[in-house]
Design a protein around this ligand. Structure first.
Ligand code: DQA
Length: 141
């Protein structure tokens, strides 16, 4: 089983960016841990990060042919990108929406997600474990 693990805008800044909210780990170290988890359960991960909406859309489109599922932290695009929502629908692969922080405990504009309705499920608030839980859910473990 192949899974695309996709991170959107500003997530390349993890470790430096508001560590009290997002934790001290870098995206690189989180991805290294996720790779170990994937290896241990026979999942093949591919990691992507982009700050550009169009690039994220291209990556999601490519999952249609190349992946069995998607773990997506769309960052702030979660809250307003209808284009990313449409890409998830067009991809026709199960997608799990993830967030490091519990967006419902934060500012009101983060309470709304325009992508949840086209995702299989949503995991938020568990820091880097949100990604682990999403991978296990997609893998059916
Ligand atoms: C985030 C939450 C979003 O509201 C925010 O814009 C992010 C990160 C999270 O992982 O908690 O960039 O998706």
């Amino acid at each position: 089983m192949k899974i695309f693990i996709i991170n959107g805008p500003n997530l390349n800044m993890l470790g430096k960016r508001e560590p009290e909210i997002y934790g001290a780990d870098t995206l690189e170290s989180i991805n290294a841990e996720l790779k170990e988890l994937c290896d241990s359960i026979g999942v093949e991960p591919e990691f992507y990060q982009s700050n550009c909406e169009g690039e994220l859309i291209d990556i999601i489109h490519s999952a249609r042919e190349k992946a069995d599922g998607i773990v997506l932290n769309a960052g702030a695009y979660t809250h307003y990108s209808i284009a990313i929502r449409d890409a998830i629908s067009a991809c026709e692969k199960p997608c799990v929406e993830v967030h490091l922080s519990n967006v419902h405990k934060r500012e009101e504009f983060r309470h709304k997600s325009v992508i949840s309705a086209v995702c299989e499920g949503v995991i938020c608030g568990f820091g880097k474990d949100s990604y682990r839980l999403a991978i296990l859910a997609l893998a059916g473990k």
